[in-house]
Design a protein. Structure first.
Length: 297
């Protein structure tokens, strides 16, 4: 791959975490479209008809509207750079610019119930293999800290501090770092995983090969985490779930436990409280209970 390709130039403008995420999305698009995975110049030639086809296929694959829109922005940006480098026709970009983003409800997604979370961990803990133990710890961190998938796969062993009960997220959204605190139950699952992984330097969550051998110097991919979450949630009866629903579950559960909104915002790594409220999935029953508890005496 040429370092001067529109594809690589576009990725170079992104933060490290976004670069990994977008590259994974683009590889998924290439697979879905049947394009050669080693020919990144194919993205330069995306036209109006192909963009509509890509959108339809991604929706069929269960991608959330936000994810589809993000992929669409990436493709348009690559074509824009290709036009500037005289590797694409300006008319091609003009036609792509007429395709609007997908619309979605303001309060999209769902949060898992306490029973669904219990069912999920009952399922996960049935496996005593190294991969199974890693997966339990992975889900525990997602539900115990609300990390984004890109933040999870970038964690290194040095970011974990059991003495302070924390994880350091070095490059969160917008390249901002933050410290997240680990619930006790989450720490126990991590201890079980580290007993197999060891504390050797490298990525906290790494590939597990046949025979249980781990590769700490390689990270797992965001696409693997995506597939893992979708498959496990489907097995407990949660259909059409988004992996981001685990983050929604984390935020909603904190709010249900009466943690104030600004603290939840900081714990979730949101710049604005407005963003945090979008993740609030407390239901009508919660509001009925709150109203019943209202007193002026």
């Amino acid at each position: 791959m040429s370092t001067a390709s529109p594809y690589s130039l576009y990725l170079s403008k992104l933060s490290a975490k976004s670069r990994v995420s977008i590259a994974s999305q683009l590889r998924s698009i290439a697979r879905i479209m049947g394009w050669p995975l080693d020919d990144v110049t194919r993205f330069n030639r995306v036209n109006y008809q192909e963009m509509l086809q890509i959108r339809a296929l991604l929706q069929h694959e269960g991608w959330a509207p936000r994810s589809v829109n993000r992929a669409q922005v990436a493709l348009k940006s690559i074509v824009k750079i290709a036009v500037m480098m005289k590797q694409a026709d300006p008319e091609q970009l003009e036609q792509l610019s007429t395709i609007s983003k997908l619309k979605y409800p303001e309060f999209q997604g769902t949060a898992l119930t306490k029973q669904q979370v219990k069912s999920l961990f009952d399922l996960l803990t049935r496996s005593t293999s190294a991969t199974g133990i890693r997966n339990v710890a992975l889900f525990a961190v997602l539900l115990g800290t609300g990390l984004r998938r890109s933040e999870l796969v970038a964690l290194e062993i040095k970011d974990l501090d059991f003495s302070k009960q924390t994880l350091l997220v070095r490059h969160g959204k917008g390249n901002k770092s933050r410290t997240v605190f680990l619930p006790e139950w989450c720490q126990q699952h991590l201890q079980n995983w580290l007993a197999l992984r060891s504390k050797q330097a490298g990525f906290l969550f790494c590939p597990v090969h046949v025979g249980g051998k781990v590769s700490p110097h390689s990270p797992i991919s965001v696409s693997l985490v995506f597939r893992l979450i979708k498959s496990k949630l489907k097995r407990i009866g949660v259909e059409n779930a988004s992996p981001h629903d685990l983050r929604r579950t984390y935020i909603t559960r904190l709010l249900e436990q009466n943690v104030d909104l600004n603290t939840v915002r900081q714990m979730a790594g949101h710049a604005s409280i407005t963003t945090t409220t979008i993740y609030d999935k407390r239901d009508v029953q919660f509001m009925q209970q709150a109203a019943a508890a209202l007193r002026y005496e």
